[in-house]
Design a protein around this ligand. Sequence first.
Ligand code: GMT
Length: 381
Amino acid sequence: MKIGIVCYPTFGGSGVLATELGLGLAKRGHQVHFITYSRPVRLGSFHENVFYHEVDPADYPLFEFPPYESSLASELVDVVKFEQLDLLHVHYAIPHASVAYMAKKILLQSGIYIPVITTLHGTDITLVGHDKTFAPVVEFSINKSDGVTAVSNYLKDVTYEHFNITKDIRVIYNFVDFNRFKKTNKGHFKKAIAPNGEKIITHVSNFRKVKRVEDIVYAFKKVLEKVPAKLLLIGDGPERTNLERLCRQQGTCQDVRFLGKQEAIEELLAISDVFMLPSGSESFGLAALEAMACEVPVISSDIGGLPELNVDGKTGFICKVGDIDDYADKAIKLLTNEALLDEFRVNALNHAKKYDLEILLPQYESYYTEILEGSRLEKLA
Ligand code: GMT
């Protein structure tokens, strides 16, 4: 198949998932065309079967905001026509689903029918999507997509709750590539970060408010009272400065490392003992899955799709959103009991195996075939 993928090319979960999906499809012989405003961060070096088309949001003195949507729609029309794509798979509804709909309508004028699949990732529904500034467009473009997927049952349910959806939504969970995310021996690395054998707690995110990273900083102070530990905060985003200030106030700076955006996250996960994800909203929690694949138990909030991934008392612990004492208690419980930690490590890995790319990617492939077949029949009718 010739597949066009539209996503945010950044470190966000939807962009990461879309890129890994494209790479996986390309390895399986499909021709994959990324159509994005910059090269997706996880794309790495040259790959046979992978093509990249840059959207250039043309600027003009009249525009206070360059019209990204129009530029993207025009690029989609061009790439679909020139590369003779079979389908477009857009990730994150806003604005990608409505832009794809517009491209589809333009292409119809030339007798080209391009099926569009929209994957809902989370905040496009839960936070931003149902705000009245976007809701009518989101609802319309979901209903106009030929296929719609959501990354968890929670997200599917909440989409039906928030919008008047007439389409079937297929749940296809986030996945992880075990060729990359696996526990490797990074002893030298661990020694550099935790020279006295301190335990390592890790968090990866885009440091937006919704991630509640400050809960980790507060909980970490309590952990330090009982266990020598280091906290690795990986990623970057709007809350980072506030968090650095908070660490100073807490007097924990010497044990907290802000590592910024990292390419080789798996190497940092390989030396981690516990992963924390205390989000206030999370449709799935891809970062937690990547940690579990590297045998790191997860302490997460009880929100959204997280309980579908993290099994309380088995692969980690689940705490109420904002319950800092509980996050700290659960971390101390794991970090002071080597046998329990080992047991949870094994459980985390075994559970993560259910989300292996090798299992989930074929689900996308067969969904593509189903949608293509459906639209072929529609054309015949
Ligand atoms: O985590 C984020 O805020 C980024 C966001 C995105 O859309 O880029 O991630 C969402 O998509 C991921 C991949 O499907 C999910 O694993 C995350 O749970 C989801 N984030 C939220 O729902 C907050």
